[in-house]
Unconditional design. Structure first.
Length: 270
């Protein structure tokens, strides 16, 4: 898609899709304002205009879904998943914008990201709401979106915030209305400190992937639709890197050591 930029003397210069994506990914990775995009990349207004256009017409959704299918095929999976993992993350937002609230549990003013991922950690459905929205309320809405888009899914894992011994109506509702089995993975009451919980670590890892992008370290968007698009762009970048076979460059010693251990464990399991 050509993007035009007016220069001196009325001359127009055309840009292809790649410079537009480079400018959008620059905002995603650096966390800068749109107006701070380097001039040699693309005029900021052109980059933002195409960002909004591709968000509105569904281009980003189509690219994201196509890449997810390719990554699943590469991993030996079918395109349509049969199981998923649900979780939510409260994150601070900048001043202004729609859907801002206070999360009493996390003591955070901002928004909440509701994510459902497959067993590989790839994004299936995302929904951004006010941080004041409870997990069970947001869970009901995002499960409806999941059932509408992925009828092949029959099992969803979630944490104790979506149901407990006192309030477990979401489990029965999902089973009766959506045909989904919602299985709660609980943390042991005796466990202290950090513990890797079965299945739940998959979606927690996805949250870790997202916040490596400075634009997603907090929510800077004024519109929740833009917030959801930024999350999809982060996953598009990650999946494209995987499919291209590019090596991941870790930013610190801790991440390098974690990658080394993961590689060793993978070889031992094989």
């Amino acid at each position: 898609m050509p993007v035009r930029d007016r220069r001196k003397g009325g001359a127009a210069r055309k840009y292809g899709d790649r410079p537009v994506l480079d400018a959008i990914f620059f905002v995603l990775r650096s966390g800068c304002q749109w107006r701070m995009i380097p001039r040699d990349l693309l005029p900021w207004d052109a980059a933002y205009r195409w960002f909004r256009t591709w968000t509105t017409d569904g281009t980003i959704d189509r690219v994201h879904d196509a890449l997810r299918d390719q990554v699943r095929f590469q991993a030996g999976r079918q395109a349509d998943p049969t199981a998923a993992v649900l979780d939510a993350q409260s994150i601070k937002s900048s001043e202004g914008g729609e859907a801002r609230g206070f999360d009493m549990g996390k003591k955070t003013t901002g928004r909440k990201r509701h994510l459902i991922v497959d067993t590989l950690g790839l994004l299936l459905v995302v929904m951004v709401t006010s941080a004041s929205v409870q997990d069970r309320v947001g869970g009901r809405e995002i499960l409806q979106r999941l059932a509408a888009r992925f009828p092949s899914i029959a099992l969803v894992w979630a944490d104790g915030g979506y149901a407990n011994s006192i309030v477990n109506g979401l489990l029965a509702w999902a089973k009766e209305n959506l045909g989904l089995v919602l299985e709660i993975v609980k943390r042991s009451d005796e466990a202290k400190g950090f513990r890797v919980l079965p299945r739940r670590w998959v979606v927690e890892r996805t949250f870790g992937w997202l916040v490596r992008n400075r634009r997603l370290a907090r929510d800077y968007e004024r519109l929740t639709a833009n917030s959801e698009t930024m999350i999809k762009l982060a996953m598009i970048r990650l999946m494209a890197t995987r499919l291209a076979g590019q090596a991941v460059r870790w930013s610190n010693a801790t991440e390098r050591e974690a990658a080394r251990r993961l590689t060793v464990e993978t070889h031992l399991a094989a």
